[in-house]
Design a protein around this ligand. Structure first.
Ligand SMILES: [Zn+2]
Length: 276
């Protein structure tokens, strides 16, 4: 089982709220859209991470030209926010990390992978196929920075998850001890996955990755913002996944939800990693 779990951000972008959420009752104005990830401590398997957003070079993982543009116009990033210093801020060391669970391979989730090259990366087979059977330029258009993970093929553990959340809500038991399940949450990308952690203290924490950007899409049933609509691989599949997550939340209100870009969680970890 997991003893502790932390949430941290590797940067953020100032965006209009309409990019994140739509519908009645959604406040206007600009918000800080965080790029977040999880670290967790398993009693037998040690430190595991979910995603590896931004390494030392930050948003330049998309290439120096586009990265400089993103870095100066959109994304706020400091080297001390990248994955290795973040681990140290949680009193963890990169060399302790044996497993990284990837929600999907978009460039704001993969920038730190090279700095964790000794670990095993778990990803769905569909996601790995889509992220690697594409040229570098087409990849960028679809949100993939192939140079982040091209050399890590031998370190990837591709998971065969049923791609229908309704048929397989239990997901894939990664360590075989019931401590963490990979749950297929397709739509944002074809092979997008979430991870559900069972904690030693009895709590369950469900990280839904980019299945929603802001958790109010699940908890308050707000609509998807313009960004989600623009980047979704398959909108109707994404909407179906969200409706399933809404139902799951209704049936399991005690489960703590996290996402990679939730505005309120981002505010909570603005000053440094927080323990959930
Ligand atoms: Zn994404």
């Amino acid at each position: 089982m997991f003893e502790s779990i932390w949430l941290y951000h590797c940067g953020y972008a100032n965006v209009p709220m309409s990019a994140v959420l739509s519908g009645d009752g959604v406040p206007r104005g600009f918000v800080k859209l965080p790029f977040m990830a999880l670290a967790a401590y398993h009693e037998d398997h040690g430190v595991v991470l979910v995603d590896a957003p931004y390494g030392h070079d930050g948003p330049k993982n998309v290439g120096s030209l586009l990265g400089t543009l993103l870095g100066s116009l959109l994304i706020k990033f400091e080297p001390s926010w990248s994955v290795i210093p973040r681990l140290e801020q949680m009193n963890l060391r990169a060399s302790q990390v044996d497993h990284v669970f990837m929600t999907h391979m978009h460039y704001d989730h993969t920038g730190g992978m090279k700095e964790l090259g000794h670990a095993t990366f778990h990803v769905s087979r569909e996601e790995w196929n889509d992220a690697t059977t594409i040229g570098p330029l087409d990849g960028l258009m679809k949100g993939y920075a192939i140079s982040d993970y091209r050399a890590l093929h031998a370190k990837m553990n591709t998971l065969d998850c049923d791609d229908d959340y309704q048929r397989n809500r239990e997901g894939h038991d990664i360590f075989g001890d019931g401590s963490v399940h990979a749950i297929s949450l397709p739509g944002h990308t074809r092979g997008h996955m979430g991870y559900r952690f069972n904690m030693k203290d009895g709590r369950t924490i469900f990280h839904v990755g980019d299945a929603v950007y802001d958790l109010r899409q699940i908890t308050a049933r707000h609509g998807m913002g313009s960004m989600g609509k623009n980047v979704s691989h398959n909108i109707s599949q994404a909407m179906f996944t969200i409706s399933e997550l809404q139902r799951y939340h209704e049936e399991n209100p005690e489960v703590i939800l996290t996402s990679a870009h939730d505005i309120a969680l981002g505010e909570r970890c603005l000053r440094g990693p927080i323990k959930l």
